[in-house]
Write a protein that binds this ligand. Sequence first.
Ligand SMILES: Nc1ncnc2c1ncn2[C@@H]1O[C@H](COP(=O)(O)OP(=O)(O)OP(=O)(O)O)[C@@H](O)[C@H]1O
Ligand SMILES: [Mg+2]
Length: 316
Amino acid sequence: MSASMISTTDLTKSYDGVHALRGVSLEVAEGTVLGLLGHNGAGKTTLVNILATLLPPSGGNAKVAGHDVVRDSRSVRGCIGLTGQFASVDEKLSGYDNLVLIARLLGASPRQAGERAEELLEAFDLSAAGRRLCRTYSGGMRRRLDLAASLVGRPQVIFLDEPSTGLDPASRISLWETVEAMVADGTTVLLTTQYLEEAERLADTVAVLSQGSVVAAGTPSELKSRVGERRAQLSTTRRDDAVKVAEALRGAGFAAVQTPEEGAVSVPVAGFDDFAQVVRAVERAAVPVTGLTLSEPSLDDVYLSLAAKSTAADGR
Ligand SMILES: Nc1ncnc2c1ncn2[C@@H]1O[C@H](COP(=O)(O)OP(=O)(O)OP(=O)(O)O)[C@@H](O)[C@H]1O
Ligand SMILES: [Mg+2]
């Protein structure tokens, strides 16, 4: 069992009466990725900034790599990398110089710093623009440089606050591959995201934050199974046909419903046996079915259903 690299207990944070975190307890095992999902204002950046020692908590405690973020903030800073929600590169320097500067500040020799800078520019597809001033970079290029900057010191733990915001699809995939490579090397990652596919792709565990509290946590598949059920979707070309299909399926014991789209029927199926029975029931009904698909629940469904529940609770 691997050790906990990030751990928070009952962490709270208030800004002048705004309760940004209301008692957050989390554990992230070494070499794993925690995906922190949440609406705007849920408290994601606040949590990241406390863990990165940029912000003091109001209560509770937090440890990173075994060091307390308040009492031992220097040690924490020595083993983390942070990519903030907003790019923080120095506009007046080139990409190369930004990276060299950071490496030098971390104690590398001029030669080591130059080598590390070249290596990271290459990894983030910035070699060609490496000598240009960052002022001339596109948003996506700055984002990539920012991420490269957080990796200069080969940190054990890395915090990525909405790392792929503003990236095009190709850059996003290359970012994911970079994160996966870091994790394969044993790095522990906490990333915040609004992209469910990102959490699903990268995260070993997911925590859903809503108004400063963790409202759900688990593996992506555990969360999916909480709301999730596989559904078979059947399409027909006529509304009458859809009615007949739905009746036949209900006759076979399935909770079939007609979906708002004209001529479609949706039915929950527990497994492939159910799916086969659905096919047989439709065959017996002898109604022409033009399409049949099986869909897995997505993390999106989990998120929306939790968000709906918390909004309903807030509206009391
Ligand atoms: N410096 C501050 N002063 C006062 N309130 C703040 C401050 N920083 C954040 N907040 C409030 O704390 C809450 C959490 O903000 P936070 O930035 O942590 O959310 P977030 O989940 O990162 O949102 P986003 O998805 O928009 O980045 C919000 O209500 C926000 O308005
Ligand atoms: Mg934020």
